[in-house]
Design a protein around this ligand. Structure first.
Ligand code: AMP
Length: 221
C-alpha cells in the first residue's frame, strides 16, 4: 500500500501521515525530515539542500529522487509506505510511478489536503516540533500546545521552531506550491487514486479527524 500526501505546506500532511502510518502499520517517509536530518548532520546532500530550503524553494529533483528511491528499497517498506512531501513536481510523480511499477507496486491513494490560506499561515508560524529526531512530534502553540511550554509531551525533549517556518518563507513556499502542484494533482486524478480533503477549523475538521476518516475508508470499515 503506497499512499502519498499532497497539499500546500501547513495543511497537516505530517500530522495525517503520522496517524496513518501508525493506524496502517507502515512507515512514514518524509522528505522534509530526511533533508533536515541531513542538514543537521552536515552531509553533502544536507549542505546542498539547505540552500534551497532556507529560501522556500524546492530541492532539485535529482537529489530528492535519489533519497526517496534509496529509502523505498529498504526492507521495512515492503508492505507499503506513506510518502509525506513527495512527489512535489510532475517529474518526481512520473519517476516514482515508473520506479514503483518496476517493483510491481503502484500509488494506491493520493491524499490531497487543502486549507484556507489564513489558517495555513497561522498554523505554520505557530508550529513547534520536537527536536528529538526519533520523535519529531508536531505541536501548535495555539491549536495543540504541549502540556509544558517548550517541552515534548511524549519524550521530554525541547520543542523547536523549524527554520523555514517564518511568515516570509511560508509565503514563498505557498507560491512554489501553487506553481507546481496542479500537474501532480491531475496526474493522480487521471489514475483514479486522488482523495480530496479539506482541513479547516471552520468545519471542525483538523488533520487528526481527516486521518481517522481515511483509516476507516482504507480499511473498508
Ligand atoms: P516539508 O517538511 O515537507 O515542508 O519540506 C521542507 C522543505 O524541504 C520544502 O520546502 C522543500 O524545500 C524541501 N523538500 C521536501 N520535499 C521535497 C520534494 N519532494 N522536492 C523538493 N524539495 C522538497
Amino acid at each position: 500500500m503506497i499512499i502519498i500526501m499532497l497539499g500546500a505546506p501547513g495543511t497537516g500532511k505530517g500530522t495525517v501521515a503520522t496517524i496513518l502510518a501508525e493506524g496502517l502499520n507502515i512507515p512514514q517517509i518524509s522528505t522534509g525530515d530526511m533533508f533536515r536530518k541531513a542538514i543537521s548532520e552536515k552531509t553533502k546532500i544536507g549542505i546542498e539542500a539547505e540552500k534551497y530550503i532556507s529560501e522556500g524553494k524546492l530541492v532539485p529533483d535529482d537529489i530528492t529522487i535519489e533519497i526517496v528511491e534509496e529509502r523505498l528499497m529498504q526492507e521495512d517498506t515492503k508492505n507499503g509506505a506513506i510518502l509525506d512531501g513527495f512527489p512535489r513536481t510532475e517529474n518526481q510523480a512520473k519517476v516514482l510511478q515508473k520506479f514503483l511499477e518496476e517493483q510491481g507496486r503502484t500509488v494506491n491513494y493520493a491524499i490531497n489536503l487543502s486549507s484556507p490560506e489564513d489558517e495555513i499561515i497561522e498554523r505554520i508560524v505557530n508550529r513547534r516540533v520536537c527536536s528529538n529526531q526519533e520523535c519529531k512530534t508536531i505541536y501548535n502553540v495555539t491549536l495543540s500546545p504541549s502540556k509544558v511550554e517548550g517541552i515534548c509531551d511524549k519524550c521530554g525533549q525541547k520543542l523547536i521552531q523549524r527554520q523555514d517556518d517564518t511568515e516570509e518563507t511560508v509565503k514563498e513556499r505557498i507560491k512554489t506550491y501553487k506553481e507546481t502542484s496542479q500537474p501532480i494533482i491531475d496526474f493522480y486524478k487521471e489514475r483514479n487514486v486522488l482523495v480530496d480533503a479539506l482541513v479547516s477549523k471552520k468545519i471542525n475538521k483538523m488533520g487528526k479527524d481527516i486521518a481517522q476518516d481515511l483509516i476507516k475508508m482504507i480499511k473498508g470499515e
